[in-house]
Design a protein around this ligand. Structure first.
Ligand code: IMP
Length: 210
């Protein structure tokens, strides 16, 4: 079984990835001692820049291993793509300068405030996830997953995290916070990006290319 290491300290993300990968004959693990490694500063202007930076820097600690890192967030059309790469710290006074994440409730409150006068038809947006796979400090490939939806004017549902309660997914007439973890991975940006990665991995393994 080919082993892939995920650069995350989030056990939820690790579990999601491991569940999807098992059927592809790929073993998912965390990077050993991940929490004691120096944090990579996510100062890129795009999800791709941040994902590549994290995958490349963390892969140097585990020579020869394939390391996967992700960066994700919410893009709202009426806010010109904000919160975007600043999704995790949108409630800060100056999100692009903040070095700590702000809490989900405050981030959601800011999105609702900014969209106050925007009618339903113009409240379109998307979750985006970019995954980067790297080895020995070099990116091998990147994968982008997107989920298109509408931002509600009040939260709905209690599952999930982040902006899930505000993100209405028309295809199944539910917010992401009204889905189980299994359902969410079927429709989510992260699930879509990870399935692309798994297809790529499987193909490269069969060609003996990784
Ligand atoms: P990161 O990729 O872990 O840095 O996530 C960035 C931020 O984007 C999170 O803190 C959330 O605010 C938001 N976000 C990313 N993916 C999701 C999701 O699946 N649901 C809700 N919020 C998300």
């Amino acid at each position: 079984m080919r082993r892939v290491l995920i650069a995350t300290s989030n056990p939820g993300k690790l579990r999601d990835f491991a569940g999807a990968a098992a059927v592809h004959g790929i073993e998912i693990d965390g990077i050993p001692n991940f929490s004691s490694l120096p944090l990579v500063v996510e100062d890129g202007h795009t999800f791709e820049e941040n994902a590549r930076k994290k995958a490349e820097e963390y892969s140097r600690y585990v020579p020869g291993e394939i390391v996967v890192a992700d960066d994700s967030g919410l893009e709202v059309d009426a806010l010109n793509g904000a919160p975007g790469v600043h999704s995790a710290r949108y409630a800060a006074d100056e999100p692009h300068l903040a070095d700590a994440n702000t809490d989900d409730e405050a981030n959601n409150a800011r999105v609702l405030r900014e969209l106050k006068s925007i009618p339903p038809a113009k409240r379109t947006g998307r979750f985006v996830c970019v995954l980067a796979a790297a080895r020995n400090g070099k990116t091998l490939a990147t994968f982008r997953g997107v989920a298109e939806g509408v931002i509600l004017d009040a939260p709905r549902g209690t599952n999930g995290f982040g902006y899930d309660p505000l993100f209405y997914f028309p295809q199944i007439r539910k917010t992401f916070a009204e889905l189980s973890a299994e359902e969410k991975s079927k429709y989510s940006h992260r699930g879509a990006a990870f399935r692309q990665f798994l297809d790529w991995c499987e193909k490269r393994i069969s060609e003996n290319a990784i």
